[in-house]
Design a protein around this ligand. Sequence first.
Ligand SMILES: Cc1ncc(COP(=O)(O)O)c(C=O)c1O
Length: 358
Amino acid sequence: MTRATLAHINLAAMQHNLQIIKSIAPHTKVIAMIKADAYGHGLVRAASALTAADAFGVACLEEALVLRDQGISKPIVLMEGFYHSDEIPLIDQHRLDMVVHHQFQVDALAKAKIKKPLKVWLKIDTGMHRLGFLPEQIAKIYQQLKTCKAVADDIVLMTHFSDADHRDNPKTDRQLQSFQEITQGLPGERSLANSAAILAWPHTHGDWIRPGLTLYGVTPFTDKVGVDYNLKPVMTLSSQLIAILQLRRGDQIGYGSAWECPENMRVGVVAIGYGDGYPHHARNGTPVLLNQKVAPLVGHVSMDMISVDLRQHPNAKIGDPVTLWGEGLPVEHVAIAADTIAYELLCNVTGRVQRVVS
Ligand SMILES: Cc1ncc(COP(=O)(O)O)c(C=O)c1O
């Protein structure tokens, strides 16, 4: 027997989610965001499954080269563009699209000698204040790009929302309005919407949507979960019970003695910990599923193990299956209990956890 700590990756669910997203935004093209190892689901695996996407979004050249190396021929957009001009020859060789967000990139493209012009996604900072040109710079930058021989004619205009996951926050509409004002009269396709905007702000869909989290069956909201939108979880993180302890009232559990038994009771030990990517900050009471029923987390998360309260599980036995998130337990709920976001939980599953693909 080996350690039964697994991440099941359900590719049919990923394909289903893409179809749901397409039905929500039927008139747009889709950049499937598969950066960061497809949010922990496997970069090449996701790209191979998402044949219905129009393009893929990655953070950097290294991720794009892995895809090209594995024979992925669809358009790939480098969402941060290049960090140094010495990347341009490889971008050219592998025919990658790139976000241009800074003057140093425009200057480098102006000097670049390449085979065939490259497609550029011009990033406009409408209020996120992370990457992008400020509104007053756009007219000049757009003209500079137009005169670059290295830049193809079909420049896409894009922005990114900072607060689209807050459905009552007016900032998204302010960013949209600013984007419309800045880009008025400029030709080219438009791209604005991440998962939150796809679900909550349909008037922002534009020509290209950029779903990430929703592809994996998860929502960015704190009051909704994937199934509310007919999305299916793609990753199910699972393990099993490896020990059962009969403890007495007042016995304390694990490092820091952070939880005390309120009565004589059984406590179970599960083979998963922060060494697998289970969040150390998960609080007492974080839901864990044992035999499809909640067994709350008790005590601090260790590197390889967690403890769970077995008071509602009189028949639990060693070897019983445990789900940490995924099918039957939304990762959104675990994220709230661990004071983090579902994105981080998915991305953080470590290499020690075997991926089982179906
Ligand atoms: C520019 C850009 N677009 C789209 C996305 C996808 O966001 P989400 O996973 O919330 O759909 C990201 C992710 O961080 C991003 O950086």
